[in-house]
Design a protein around this ligand. Structure first.
Ligand code: MV4
Length: 504
């Protein structure tokens, strides 16, 4: 049993985890890189220790240093958050070897799910459907893969076994192109993961990415918390997530079917703690296991908002050996939640990352709104880490209310000093396809354009004037009462009836 946790991460997720620890009465330890000295996670923690220079490899990826700090300061547990060391089986093992609890799954589960070919073979044995493709755990040579390709059928995908995130992935549409694509995929996989092994899957076109949140305790109880829709992404970076999925909607039988298959996939590796099963779902509601994320995810708050379960607290309770506080029958999805990832990038310029100092911000608040952020006024957005400024999460009784609330929140949200993708989200929320829930993983890249927002650029001087007055009065009460008067403010009734017509 532990009373002091080291949070081996930075930014919004480190703050999120520290908050959960506070509520549970646990002492917290932050670690930080040289440029994160003044970060929120450092200020919120009870103690904080310097890791090293800004680059991750010299700071947040230094598992050895982190373990040293944990031992010295008496932290009996480490929460890895997401990214960095979260899915490194060797680090999880090193924690256990040092007698420190790892708030996450067993190293063997991380390793089994980390190798995509092993994961496919393992869940298949448990009766979980996977996309047709190469079978078994062994590495296959190019001549073997070329021989199997016609049986699988074209088009197909070459995927890296060490993969994830689309790296080392190649589409094969003509057999004669396959030898060259195999070379390219292996080279990319080798460069990204130090492992050039690949396998094949039939390419599923026009599919959605729907994932199921899992919780599992050390007593063998495994439950799911329903699904998240994650198809709104660009270059494998998710931009917006919702729970439930508009594609699943009211179909409780479909939800429970995916949920119980996800539970079986988790059980196939003896899973413990929080994890996520990713499915590809085709238009006929056929679903296939894609991969398992053996960590807390960025988008976990949408599930928290609709289920009322605090996933991070549950992770910590599980790591302390406690039984799950919920049975499957206790879990209900109530209302609708949407998360927009607010990134420091310019949606008008090919989503180019934007660096610089945040000189002013005005956060949306009020009913049904949650903002998870690690930045503050004076914060420097650097090129060393990801470009996420915050996560804006809203809850509504219905999807329409959640969308209207998100539009309101995006209008209120002001970030001065760096460019943000807020205009992207505003354009997205105005698009008919999004409103109708009719989108797949290609939507943003192939069917979406910022042009509608380009038109509204004529209003920029007006917006600039409003922002200037907000900034001038930011210390006064008045600031809270000034809101941007856009067309959107008055047209919501019109918008709602249009949306309702789309639903028929
Ligand atoms: C696929 C697929 C279609 N068919 N597998 C992308 C990242 C990696 N996790 C798996 N990915 C995909 N695997 C088969 N057999 C399409 C994708 C894919 C994708 C998946 C989820 C979300 C966004 C995506 C964007 C492009 C491709």
């Amino acid at each position: 049993m532990f009373n002091k946790i080291l949070v081996a991460n930075r930014g919004e997720i480190a703050v999120r985890i520290i908050r959960a620890c506070r509520e549970l009465g646990l002492a917290t330890v932050a670690v930080f890189s040289e440029i994160d000295r003044h970060s929120l996670h450092v200020r919120y923690a009870d103690e904080a220790y310097l890791l090293g220079p800004a680059p991750s490899r010299e700071s947040y990826l230094r598992g050895d240093k982190i373990l040293d700090i944990a031992r010295k300061c008496g932290a009996q547990a480490i929460h890895p958050g997401y990214g960095f060391l979260a899915e490194r089986a060797d680090f999880a093992q090193a924690c256990l070897d040092a007698g420190i609890a790892f708030v996450g799954p067993k190293p063997s589960s991380i390793a089994a799910m980390g190798d995509k070919a092993v994961a496919r073979a393992t869940v298949t044995k448990a009766g979980v459907p996977v996309v047709p493709g190469t079978e078994g755990e062994g590495a296959l040579r190019d001549d073997e893969l070329l021989g199997l390709a016609p049986q699988i059928g074209l088009p197909l995908l070459i995927k890296a076994t060490a993969g994830g995130g689309g790296k080392g992935m190649r589409e094969v549409r003509k057999l004669e192109e396959m030898p060259g694509l195999l070379v390219a995929a292996r080279r990319e996989a080798e460069a990204s993961f130090g492992d050039g092994n690949v396998y094949l899957e039939k390419l599923l076109e026009g599919a959605r990415h729907i994932e199921i949140q899992i919780l599992a305790d050390t007593q063998g109880n495994v439950i799911h918390l329903g699904e998240r829709e994650c198809s709104i992404q660009r270059r494998h970076q998710k931009l917006l997530e919702e729970a439930p999925s508009p594609f699943v909607g009211e179909d409780q039988a479909f939800r429970q079917q995916m949920g119980s298959v996800a539970v079986r996939a988790a059980q196939s590796v003896g899973y413990v703690n929080a994890g996520t099963i990713e499915f590809l779902v085709d238009k006929d509601k056929n679903f296939f296991f894609m991969e398992m994320n053996t960590r807390l995810q960025v988008e976990h708050p949408v599930t928290e908002m609709v289920t009322g379960v605090d996933i991070v607290k549950e992770q910590i309770r599980i790591a302390r050996g406690r039984q799950l506080r919920y049975t499957q029958d206790d879990v209900r999805m109530n209302g609708w939640a949407i998360e927009c990832r607010i990134n420091a990038e310019d949606p008008y310029n090919n989503f180019l990352p934007s660096t610089g100092r945040i000189t002013h911000t005005l956060l949306p608040t009020g009913p049904g709104i949650r903002v998870d952020t690690g930045v503050y006024i004076g914060f420097e957005i650097s090129p060393f880490y990801d470009s996420m400024i915050s996560k804006l999460i809203v809850w509504g009784e219905t999807r329409a209310e959640a969308i209207l609330r998100m539009r309101r929140a995006l209008e209120e949200y002001k970030i001065i000093g760096v460019r943000s993708n807020i205009p992207f989200h505003q354009t997205l929320l105005d698009s008919h396809r999004f409103m109708g829930g009719q989108y797949d993983t290609r939507f943003v890249e192939e069917r979406f354009s910022m042009e509608a927002a380009e038109e509204s650029k004529v209003y920029q001087p007006e917006i600039a004037a409003i922002v200037a007055s907000l900034v001038a009065h930011q210390q006064t009460q008045r600031a809270a009462h000034i809101i941007q008067r856009g067309e959107r403010d008055t047209s919501n009734w019109k918008w709602l009836s249009r949306w309702e017509r789309l639903q028929r």
